[in-house]
Ligand binder design. Structure first.
Ligand code: KIV
Length: 268
């Protein structure tokens, strides 16, 4: 992969879904790692609010502010040439359609993001519609919502019961119809990840959502064996058996593209 390879855009991702080519996604929070990810063929770089945990050392994503997100997104943007650049909208930054528009605008204008991600389902249809009307691409995040950790009572698998699974499919369709361009599913049973990926026309990124999603994302520090505490079931240390960070990232991209990651042991 070279820095002159064509840029990844939403139409490119839509075409990859149609052709069945898997999409590789990783998080990054600074220019040095972003440069390596971009050169190794990562299709989407996510500046996740997971930075609250892996960069800032908090126990959750809740302390992350819009200014933190703009700062880290701008650092990543300076080193990204090919990958699509996605930025998380942090907790409390999309409480109304107007605040979502103002804050997403900052992430695009000052941060250089090309798409923003919000956590939530049908209740956020007005937010997605507002962003879509203003030409701002949106990724909707369903399943385990880390910004709702206190409401959920912990970081645990979502959508195991039939009623919850049906509600998640309905939420996914509502977000797609509202104008979401990408869906992200976190910690859901593999069968539900497969169903939502087959039902939606937009690409579905999974993290702990089984092998049948159109894309796979992991937190950069997890693939480099730097997880604080016990890694989640879906984590895999790609640095093991490789002698450089670039080799580990390339191995992740190849494993996603070839379908060898996630394996059965990574799914719920
Ligand atoms: O903040 C984050 O890193 C995320 C994960 C789902 C990858 O949203």
């Amino acid at each position: 992969m070279t820095a002159t390879a064509p840029s990844v855009t939403l139409p490119v991702l839509a075409d990859m879904k149609k052709r069945g080519e898997k999409i590789a996604v990783l998080t990054a929070y600074d220019a040095s790692f972003a440069r390596v990810l971009d050169a190794c063929g990562v299709d989407i770089i996510l500046v996740g609010d997971s930075l609250g945990m892996v960069i800032q050392g908090h126990g959750s994503t809740l302390p992350v502010t819009l200014e933190h997100m703009v700062y880290h997104t701008a650092n990543v943007a300076r080193a990204t040439r090919r990958a699509l650049l996605m930025a998380d909208m942090p907790f409390m930054s999309y409480n109304s359609p107007q605040s979502a528009l103002d804050n997403a605008g900052r992430l695009l204008q000052a941060g250089g993001a090309q798409i923003v991600k919000i956590e939530g389902g049908a209740a956020f249809v007005p937010v997605v519609e507002m962003l879509a009307r203003h030409g701002i691409p949106v990724c909707a995040h369903l399943g385990l919502l880390p910004q709702s950790v206190h409401k959920l009572g912990g970081y645990r698998v979502q959508g195991r019961e039939e009623g919850a699974a049906r509600a998640m499919v309905a939420d996914a369709l509502a977000m797609q119809e509202a104008g979401a361009d990408i869906m992200l599913l976190e910690c859901v049973p593999a069968a539900l990840g497969a169903e939502i990926s087959a039902t939606l026309r937009i690409p579905v990124i999974g993290i702990g959502a089984g092998p049948h999603c159109d894309a796979q994302v992991l937190v950069l520090h997890d693939i480099l064996g730097m997880t604080a505490g016990k890694p989640a079931k879906f984590c895999h240390n790609f640095l093991q058996g490789h002698d450089s960070i670039a080799a580990a990232i390339t191995a992740f991209v190849q494993a996603v593209k070839s379908g060898t990651y996630p394996g059965a042991g990574h799914s719920y």
